[in-house]
Design a protein around this ligand. Structure first.
Ligand code: SF4
Ligand code: SF4
Ligand code: SF4
Length: 384
């Protein structure tokens, strides 16, 4: 019988590994955490040390950011390798160290139930025009939950992102469908190895979308984007296009459906890993900023494919190493002289703001603000 680890090696092309170590030397976690080495995990798998790989607690330290894949000469799919090994790890009852008491994991599990009732549309104020059926659907993601859990650090995803997405679309003449019973996309479940939960969420979301005439789904969350665009398509038949909000806003601005007034200030931009390294969307956010008169845009030293992760994924293993990665990124942003660090992922924003607002963060030599690109664009478009 073929061993499980051999199948994973086969599926991820790990047998091409040259043992060069470029993955480990390019990995932001391995640079700080001497116990974590992607090269070693692959080598152990190739030798057939299944138990060692599956039971390695450091498996959960990987951010699945994709930085290593940029440098691997053999094109080993290390992110998929980690995801697949985590599936086996989870079957043995092993998982990462959950942040926030595991509340996000609980929410995901809760959202898998068939007959739950959510108050998901309470944030839609009367001036926001949405529909039950239509060609464009706005997938809101878990932002309503983030606002409750992170009330203290004032992320306000609904006010500062979701409402502005609808306002910008309305301004361009689009009334998006917003689902009253949308579920978590399943991103964290999938990358934590919980395929059963992921498949249930996929089924429930596709059932909600079906029959509404949806041709395009737009989201401001890069994790939802990757999940709907790549992972749903791997498990089911998808008959709609999936776009990030920056792609859609750029398209609308190019068609003169939205326009911008002059703004002041110097900004820099953080490429979220799912948007950039996973999906290759680097130019849409930059082109959009380039259309706003007066913007002084400055790149960080590490940008696009070399961009550093915000340091945490899956609400898991948020430790001193992830904090250190995040602080490095904030310092890099500060070094540009920009007054605002823009990002295009609600989770990146939460993690950055969390680091800046904790006790040690307040003593950092970092004074710049962190804002979602949607917020910035909405101000320039005059919808705030
Ligand atoms: S995906 Fe990111 S965190 Fe994981 S091994 Fe590769 S570079 Fe390191
Ligand atoms: S970079 Fe690729 S080839 Fe080199 S050790 Fe890592 S997985 Fe193997
Ligand atoms: S950085 Fe992110 S995961 Fe870590 S404690 Fe803060 S909000 Fe939670």
């Amino acid at each position: 019988m073929v061993k499980m680890i051999e199948k994973i090696v086969e599926e991820t092309k790990a047998y091409y590994c040259l043992d060069c170590g470029k993955c480990t030397s390019s990995c932001p976690v391995a640079m700080l955490n001497p116990r974590f080495s992607p090269r070693l995990l692959v080598e152990q798998a190739l030798i057939g040390f299944e138990n060692l790989v599956v039971r390695d607690a450091e498996l959960w330290s990987c951010l699945t950011c994709g930085a290593c894949s940029n440098y691997c000469p053999s094109m080993v799919d290390f992110q998929k390798f980690v995801r697949k090994v985590r599936e086996e790890s989870l079957k043995k009852g092993l998982t990462g160290i959950k942040s926030h008491g595991g509340i996000f994991n609980s929410i995901t599990k809760f959202l898998c139930r068939e007959n739950i009732k959510q108050d998901r549309l309470g944030w839609l104020t009367p001036e926001l025009r949405v529909r039950q059926k239509g060609e464009t659907l706005y997938f809101v993601g878990c932002q309503p939950y983030f606002d409750i859990i992170f009330e203290e650090i004032k992320v306000n995803c609904l006010d500062n992102i979701a409402k502005l997405v609808v306002k910008l679309l309305n301004k361009a003449g689009i009334e998006p469908v917003v689902l009253a019973n949308e579920r978590c996309c399943g991103h964290d479940a999938l990358w934590s190895g919980d395929v059963e939960t992921f498949e249930k969420l996929l089924e429930l979301n596709l059932r909600e979308i079906k029959g509404r005439g949806v041709k395009r789904v737009v989201t401001n969350c890069p994790e939802c984007l990757r999940t709907l665009k790549i992972d749903y398509a791997e498990y089911a038949k998808i008959d709609f296009e999936v776009l990030h909000i920056t792609e859609m806003l750029l398209e609308l601005a190019n068609k003169d459906k939205i326009s911008f007034s002059k703004v002041d200030g110097k900004v820099t931009y953080h490429d979220p890993c799912r948007l950039g390294k996973h999906l290759g969307i680097y130019e849409a956010p930059r082109s959009l900023l380039g259309m706003i008169p007066g913007v002084e845009f400055v790149e960080m030293q590490n940008n696009r494919g070399n961009s550093l992760c915000c340091g945490t994924s899956l609400w898991s293993n948020c430790d001193m190493f992830s904090e250190s990665i995040r602080v490095s990124r904030l310092r890099e942003a500060q070094a540009t002289g920009a007054g605002t660090l823009l990002t295009a992922c609600p989770k990146c924003q939460i993690h950055f703001k969390c680091s800046l607002s904790c006790d040690s963060g307040r003593n950092l030599d970092v004074s710049l603000g962190v804002e979602d690109l949607v917020t910035y664009v909405a101000k320039a478009a005059g919808v705030v």
